[in-house]
Ligand binder design. Structure first.
Ligand code: PRP
Length: 183
């Protein structure tokens, strides 16, 4: 698995630091509130776990399963809700927890949906932001690290469902996906 990675872009140590910093910021910004953390499956799982432990507030945690990549290396632009929330967001402050904002398709769709359902506020905490990938304008409020337009995997991010369990974020060697896609 590690042999398929050309470069480590965000190390375990840096991820730990990002979670601590963002956790402190969120603790401060939401100190008088009782926010819901909404993780977008599946990519959010490691970040949701590590970030939530650094937020020193009573929060509830919920999940939606959303997909726009359908296994490939670029967004299809078609955002599918595969599993919906099991709680109401009406009257609540929501923090969406994401691994990456790329085209913006996913986040723009979900923010609109949650506001339509009556959320008082909707912000996003994303580990990675790839602004050069944007096709829809969106500026995430809480960002761990801004990265260039590279195809990255690890710490929740996948290629064809693999590499999510890498403890760091790395650049996938192009030969891995070009050889797979030519099959
Ligand atoms: C990834 C990622 C974000 C989204 C970002 O999810 O977790 O949700 O793409 O890309 P966008 O800004 O271009 O919409 P994906 O659809 O691959 O599902 P997954 O989380 O199950 O891997």
């Amino acid at each position: 698995m590690h042999n398929d990675i050309s470069e480590i872009l965000v190390s375990e140590k840096e991820i730990d630091h990002i979670c601590t910093e963002l956790g402190q910021t969120l603790t401060h910004d939401y100190k008088d509130k009782n926010p819901i953390l909404i993780g977008l499956l599946k990519g959010c799982v490691p970040f949701m776990s590590d970030l939530s432990k650094k937020i020193e507030l009573k929060v509830d945690m919920a999940y939606m399963s959303v997909s726009s990549y359908h296994g490939g290396i670029s967004s299809s632009g078609d955002v599918k809700i595969k599993m919906d929330l099991d709680i109401s967001v009406s009257g609540r402050h929501v923090i969406i927890v994401e691994d990456i904002v790329d085209t913006g398709n996913t986040i723009v769709t979900i923010v609109e949906l949650l506001k339509h359902r009556g959320a008082l506020s909707v912000e996003i905490a994303t580990l990675l932001d790839k602004p050069e990938g944007r096709t829809k304008p969106y500026v995430p409020k809480y960002v761990g690290k801004t990265i260039p337009k590279l195809f990255v995997v690890g710490y929740g991010l996948d290629y064809n469902e693999y590499y999510r369990n890498l403890p760091y974020v790395g650049v996938l060697k192009p030969e891995v996906y070009t050889s797979e896609e030519s099959k």
